[in-house]
Design a protein. Sequence first.
Length: 278
Amino acid sequence: MSGPGLPGRAPDESRWRGGAVGDALCVLAPNPGPMTLDGTNTWVLHPAGAAEAVVIDPGPDDETHLRAVLAAVEERGARVREVLLTHGHLDHSEGARRFAALAGTRRVRALDPAHRLGDEGLGDGDVVAVADLEVRVVATPGHTADSLSFVLPSQAAVLTGDTVLGRGTTVVAHPDGALGPYLDSLRRLRDLARETGIATVLPGHGPVLADALAVIEHYLEHRAARLEQVRAAVAAGASGAREVVETVYADVDPVLWPAAELSVRAQLEYLGSEGRHS
């Protein structure tokens, strides 16, 4: 399960529908829902005039969507060189092998070997070049253990998968995800935004965000506030993740409580770790 957004999708009139952002093009997958917002953002990276393109997160195994992504590449006069994955949740990765077959490439690169096609992985510090466009890989575990972000220096942008969303906040998908690494990842992205001038977030779900630093700082503030709420709920006698959810997430649509419970479990684990090391 994907586990991105709290809260869910926007009203129809404000829906994100994808489109071009500089050398990046978002082809929106037709899988909207409470956990996927407007759908999964499949990103095509293609500098104008280049012969090759890189596709990030082909999305679900939906033939119509995968063919639409390929058509978007071919309309630009390019071919797909390789596919990159931000992480292995099915709404991002399920269609990767089928898309690679359609595109005639044998390269799906991911941190987790289980999601790779070919023998080349993807890890922190790697650089993928498409003509004069560089894609710099940054490990950002927390939402999942295998989460990666991709910095595009020429666009002062970062493609964040589910680590930072275009709307709402992400789920730390316990037990694979963990709050400590997630907070470290947010701090790393914040520092990159400060030091390198990253201005734009290209998320895995929801609309593009224009003030990366402010968004990341908000995420950190939100997590700190939620953690205090969880700590207070436990102190007041809440027993177990479900009771904490019913207290802390009382203003959230109950359809999202199962996802919230994953984040609460991650928060409780984090608080327990704090206690063990205090």
